[in-house]
Design a protein around this ligand. Structure first.
Ligand code: TYD
Length: 208
């Protein structure tokens, strides 16, 4: 493998994607691959400051302002972390990326999806994930996992959650080659095995 791979992990709050990201990271390292974990919002460095505002600011935040903050963090993540790593042959595992903006700001908050796609494209400079895994859960499972300590986004409510969830499923239907939906109500190990298979199938390799 000369160039690296870019894999994104998506899903509504409490879907368990971060647990799966860490498991597959350990697995890939065990197989001798170089990996790098990053996340949005909150890419290392400036992104961490943007994350603080997005998740903890308790005054009014307009939906458009919110979108631009996510996009700013994304641009920084692509330019300073993701692209350089991919060039060096690293497998980049990114916790949330462009599809979060479509699902949350588009389907969740009702902003125009065409516009979000356009802005996403600007933020990423046209770079797309090679593979996106959407971890799908129902609201009951999500609530159990998130617990009572909710951040600003998680306080948005049940209807919002449902819109986000359906949004992800619709996005996945539109791009079946890139986006794979994983039933995230299964056990951690079952999901992990499925993630391994999806990565193997996608990249046509059996030694991953
Ligand atoms: P985080 O604590 O990282 O949640 P999670 O563990 O669920 O990923 O918080 C990120 C929150 O920001 C989450 O509620 C989703 C939201 N978000 C958007 O609304 N738009 C975006 O573009 C991104 C990247 C995240």
């Amino acid at each position: 493998m000369n160039k690296g791979l870019f894999i994104t992990f998506e899903g509504a709050d409490g879907c368990g994607k971060t647990t799966q990201l860490k498991l597959i990271d350990e697995y890939l390292r065990g197989k001798g691959y170089k990996t790098l974990i990053t996340r949005e919002p909150g890419a290392k460095g400036l992104g961490e400051k943007i994350r603080e505002i997005l998740l903890n600011y308790d005054g009014d935040v307009s939906p458009r302002c919110e979108s631009f903050l996510f996009l700013a963090d994304r641009a920084q993540n692509i330019d300073c972390i993701i692209k350089p790593a991919i060039e060096e042959g690293v497998i980049v595992l990114c916790d949330r990326h462009t599809d979060s903006s479509v699902a949350y700001q588009g389907y969740g908050r009702g902003l125009d999806i065409e516009r979000i796609n356009f802005l996403n494209n600007l933020a990423t400079d046209g770079m797309k994930p090679d593979l996106t895994l959407v971890f799908d859960v129902d609201i009951e499972t999500s609530e159990k996992r998130v617990g009572s300590k909710k951040d600003r986004m998680e306080k948005a409510g049940r209807e919002f959650f449902e819109r986000v969830r359906q949004g992800y499923l619709e996005i996945a239907k539109k791009e079946p080659e890139r986006i794979k939906v994983v039933d995230s109500t299964k056990s951690i190990d079952e999901i992990h095995q499925e993630v391994i298979k999806l990565i193997q199938n996608k990249f046509n390799v059996t030694n991953i």
